[in-house]
Design a protein around this ligand. Structure first.
Ligand code: UGA
Length: 438
């Protein structure tokens, strides 16, 4: 099939490359000329495991092309996936739908009769209905809108797209549902389940899923706070609780909490939309989920301060991790970077290492020092903070770091390093919610 993908950020670039991979003829569209040129030359503009390979294959085969022209997109065919960003509004209360509106407005005059626009971006419920009216007003009365939310995780985006847990088709018509079944036919044939529903339900499925994931993380972080007070170990607690198949072990890793371009802004946008719909109290608990999450950043700064001797001024702190999570170079709302910046503000000398995210981190927080290697970040450190759970950090040899640091003190804010290994090597090991927390 011929299809376009409007917006080639994390979501769109992966979707475009994966659609080409399963045999479609794809035109990726973005207003960013530099990004479009890089993608057209087969280069990924960000770090995402497995994407480069698909992009190389897609562009070499000619099945994957890129343009900055919405006019070209409209003429390309009758199927358009909308993958533009829906960031948090500057007032923090709701999603900024400027890019979605601009894409639809820009595409409308060029659409061929009967074209189908399929939204993938995360949007407040009711957006598809609103955009349908917008299309009509823009003079594209024969165009249709559907919503097909995306559930990919950064760092696993390619596999999540090619082998998703499920597909959700929110359509107003059997015709649109059939088009989506045809697009995803190779996935459906390989056993991926799909749920066909209306657009409002499809939009809400995404908000509900991200809210549930955020709730799970904040729940276990709340337990971590109780564990600290009671002298218990949240990692063992999560392990034991997770055996209950009704609960499940995943997304129960306690620590510094969630960040990134999705979960934090989505729970806020969901609250704002629910309030507009007159059901604010139904999701008022999400405010507490947000607060528990942000509290982990403050707790980490407090613990780091205590470990540094109660005073940050002039203390040297090594920060391991800047990305909001491992296998990503994304620093949007990164808990690690927020903690590093706060420590710096309070007078500490902070040196940050990350395997992939240093360039983005430097652009976001130019006031911090950055090191290309872990040992360089740790030189002379009074405290080492483990803030993003990269596999590289789990493989660290504490004995190799001991002679470099000023004091062998580690705060494992992701609870994923081995306390025994670090204490045997003579380090003071501290964590969030585990026995031994100061
Ligand atoms: C999230 C969802 O998991 C995806 O399903 C969704 O498609 C995506 O948002 C989106 O809306 O686009 P993502 O933000 O890529 O995906 O990352 P996650 O793997 O969900 O991690 C989010 C944050 O939670 C990270 O900061 C991670 O470190 C943290 N986390 C995760 C924990 O603190 N504990 C856990 O147990 C799991």
């Amino acid at each position: 099939m011929k299809l376009t993908v409007i917006g080639t950020g994390y979501l769109g670039a992966v979707h475009a490359a994966c659609m080409a991979e399963i045999g479609h003829e794809v035109l990726g569209v973005d207003i960013d000329e530099a990004k479009t040129a890089a993608l057209a030359a087969g280069r990924t503009p960000f770090y995402e495991p497995g994407l480069q390979e698909l992009l190389t294959r897609g562009t070499a085969s000619g099945r994957l092309r890129f343009t900055t022209s919405l006019r070209e997109a409209g003429r390309f065919g009758g199927l358009h996936f909308l993958c533009v960003g829906t960031p948090q509004r500057p007032d923090g209360l709701g999603a900024d739908l400027r890019h979605v509106d601009a894409a639809v407005d820009g595409l409308a005059p060029h659409l061929i009769p009967g074209a189908l626009i399929v939204g993938k971006s995360t949007v407040p419920v009711g957006t598809a209905e609103r955009l349908t009216a917008r299309l009509r007003a823009a003079g594209a009365p024969e165009a249709h809108l559907a919503w097909n939310p995306e559930f990919l995780r950064e760092g696993h985006a390619v596999m999540d797209t090619l082998r998703p847990d499920r597909l959700v088709f929110g359509t107003g018509s059997r015709l649109a549902e059939n088009v989506l079944r045809e697009v995803y036919a190779p996935l459906i044939r390989s056993g991926v389940p799909y749920v066909a529903t209306d657009t409002a339900t499809a939009e809400l499925v995404k908000m509900a899923a991200n809210s549930f994931l955020a709730t799970k993380i904040s729940f276990i972080n709340a337990m971590a706070e109780v564990c600290d007070a009671a002298g218990a170990d949240v990692t063992v607690l999560a392990h034991a609780v997770g055996y209950d198949h009704r609960i499940g072990r995943s997304f129960l890793n306690a620590g510094l909490g969630f960040g990134g371009g999705c979960l934090p802004k989505d729970i806020r946008a969901f609250r704002a939309r629910a309030a507009e719909l007159g059901v604010g109290p139904a999701v008022a608990f999400l405010a507490e989920i947000d607060e528990i999450n942000l509290r982990q950043r403050r707790r980490t700064v407090e613990l780091a301060t205590r470990l540094a001797g109660g005073e940050l001024t002039g203390r040297r702190i090594a920060v391991l991790g800047a990305a909001f999570k491992p296998e990503s170079d994304d620093v949007r709302d990164s808990p690690a970077l927020a903690v590093a910046a706060r420590l710096h503000r309070e007078g500490a000398v902070v040196r940050v290492h990350d395997p992939q995210a240093v360039d983005n981190a430097r652009a976001a927080c130019p006031q911090l020092d950055y090191a290309a290697r872990v040992d360089k970040a740790c030189e002379g450190a009074d405290v080492v903070l483990h803030l993003t759970d990269w596999a590289e950090y789990r493989a660290l040899d504490p004995d190799a770091l001991t002679p470099l640091v000023c004091r062998p003190v580690l705060l494992d804010a992701r609870n994923s390093l081995d306390p025994d290994v670090w204490t045997r090597a003579g380090w003071r090991y501290a964590a969030l919610g585990r026995l031994g927390a100061p």
